[in-house]
Design a protein around this ligand. Structure first.
Ligand SMILES: [Ca+2]
Ligand SMILES: [Ca+2]
Ligand SMILES: [Ca+2]
Length: 199
């Protein structure tokens, strides 16, 4: 009995030591797993926020263009010396939302709807006092950009030819972002359709 007690005690200590080591390894494995999960989840959370921010932006821009009402601007084209009716907000018809005249070559006081006398007029949108866009969302050309730095796009459509999901009964103006993949899926889907649209 006298010899048995220390022996038992030794075994118990060894048992505790071994168990603690296994526990520590389990805890470390759990921490490693959680860290791995966090790293894997983080980009998705960020992407989700970027999509939300861009969705809010395209809706705000669409609301401002909608409130303005006009689907065309009358432009005096100095190259042909006559007036032309050009699509409001995208007078060069490249589907990229035009920029801020104050940042382009047209550097003068300006109100949306003013007559434009130069052919390379960069746009009217940021001249609207109904639209507030943070400076970090406007690029060097004065164009409004999405969460991935790409300029927003615009689609004009006459009654009956508006894109799917839009009100087709009137002239339609929609604003969209190319989305995370940077490709235009509203004109032609490339891979997944991840475009972020106002409609
Ligand atoms: Ca354009
Ligand atoms: Ca896209
Ligand atoms: Ca795509």
């Amino acid at each position: 009995m006298l010899n048995a007690k220390p022996h038992t005690l030794t075994l118990t200590l060894r048992h505790i030591s071994a168990f603690t080591l296994i526990e520590m390894m389990v805890v470390m494995a759990v921490i490693a797993a959680l860290a791995g999960i966090s790293i894997a989840v983080l980009p998705n959370i960020t992407k989700g926020n970027q999509v939300k921010v861009t969705k809010a932006l395209v809706i705000a821009v669409a609301a401002a263009t909608e409130a303005y009402g006009a689907s065309h601007h009358q432009i005096y084209d100095t190259s042909i010396k006559q007036f032309r009716q050009l699509p409001a907000w995208d007078i060069d018809a490249d589907s990229i939302l035009d920029g801020d005249p104050a940042r382009g070559e047209f550097n003068a006081s300006f109100r949306a709807g003013d007559l434009i006398l130069i052919p390379d007029y960069p746009g009217a949108l940021l001249g609207l006092n109904t639209l507030q866009v943070p400076d970090n969302r406007v690029n060097e050309l004065g164009r409004i950009t999405d969460s991935w730095g790409q300029p927003l796009h615009i689609v004009h459509a006459g009654p009956g030819s508006a894109p799917a999901g839009a009100d087709t009964g009137r002239h339609f103006i929609g604003i969209y972002s190319l989305g995370p993949d940077g490709e235009d899926d509203t004109s032609a889907v490339t891979g997944d359709d991840d475009d972020i649209r106002s409609w």
